[in-house]
Design a protein around this ligand. Sequence first.
Ligand code: FE
Ligand code: FE
Ligand code: ZN
Length: 277
Amino acid sequence: MFTIGCHLSASKGYLAMAKEAVSIGANTFQFFTRNPRGGQAKPIDKKDIQEFLKFSKENNINVILAHSPYTLNACSADPGLREFAKNTMIDDLKRMEYTPGNLYNFHPGSHVKQGVEIGINYIAEMLNEILTKEQTTTVLLETMAGKGSEVGRSFEEIKAIIEKVNLKEKLGVCLDTCHVWDAGYDIVNNFDKVLDEFDKVIGLEKLKAIHLNDSKNDRASHKDRHEKIGEGKIGMEAITKIINNPRVVSLPFFLETPNELDGYKKEIELLKKLRNN
Ligand code: FE
Ligand code: FE
Ligand code: ZN
């Protein structure tokens, strides 16, 4: 089964997102747990959750991906900002348990001038404080483009974080095609070789989701500017190979392309045509 969806606005609640997903031909979706710049999350509406769980079951929505606010920085030099990132993620993970067994993605952070090793240590330290044996959510580290001092620009950096975390079974990786391309991985000419590299460094069993985006920029540009599917430097041919690669076909794919709902609908239709099963 092709598990494909896109990023949706969470403002109207879980059931509304699931219905919106189905209306554009999706069977999964991604959403921000709260305003992407941080701030308070909407209180959990138990009735909405119940209806969402029922609707999801009826409509084959088997997994959803929550995205933490992208401004959180778990490896900030400012202890107050690190504390804020930690507390926000603790609250998010508590909320995630209302929809058990799903995925929660976050950007590892930016070390700014502290150096990548200190950044990695802070991120792992935070994960060791927030992950619990009881949680049913898998927390995903997103592969980053390497803009500024972003941590997670290479598989080695992601691995270094995982290595230091005690509850490794609660951790996974979300591979963003625009980000890894911008970071320098040649997914256009040899996606399989990139997966070999991922397997060697991290282990393919840790790969839990794909952010499917084209890129406005050349490989290794370290820019992180998403483009519509087939309209960027990655291109349709490479994207077709990616969605059909046997090593990732069972993973959920999430579009984060510059689109409104209608544009997402068209991309999902197109990708379904390009997909072999
Ligand atoms: Fe992201
Ligand atoms: Fe992404
Ligand atoms: Zn991005």
